[in-house]
Design a binder for this molecule. Structure first.
Ligand SMILES: [Zn+2]
Length: 143
């Protein structure tokens, strides 16, 4: 399937690393269905995961979680924003179950930015990519 979209460079401002256990900022509401607790970004401290705070649209920051995983001999850093984690999967455990059901092993959420740098040093060919469901990718091939 070909897209008529042209490749564009997306500039993002990385504002730092979010640690839900250390954050005191709670100005939003958690997007997990039925939760509704105060949230720093899109998830309350119970549902939130650590990650890079990234602002793709001005004033609309997301927390991008980084999951290390292996699949078919390749190493990955899979990225998922906090809105998708909460609204699509409900919580970290459900997302990690999905990854395992798609054949990923050694699934591990990166707790700090230092851990991300360790992965880059240890696995120089790591595939650093936004998470896309393998089911969706296979459906695209049928088009
Ligand atoms: Zn919540």
């Amino acid at each position: 399937m070909f897209s008529d979209m042209t490749e564009e460079m997306v500039r993002t401002a990385v504002r730092g690393w979010y640690d839900p256990f250390k954050s005191q900022k709670l100005g939003n509401v958690c997007v997990v269905k039925g939760c509704g607790l105060p949230a720093a970004y899109h998830l309350c401290p119970e549902h939130a995961v650590p990650g890079a705070v990234v602002e793709v649209l001005p004033g609309k920051p997301n927390v991008i979680g980084h999951w290390f995983a292996e699949r078919k001999g390749n190493h990955f850093l899979l990225l998922l924003n906090d809105w998708s984690l909460g609204a699509v999967f409900g919580n970290r455990k459900q997302f990690e179950k999905r990854l395992i059901s798609e054949g990923y092993t050694r699934v591990c959420l990166m707790p700090t930015v230092e851990d991300v740098f360790i992965v880059f040093r240890r696995y120089p060919r790591v595939i650093h990519t936004p998470y896309e469901s393998l089911n969706d990718l296979e459906a695209d091939r049928d088009c």
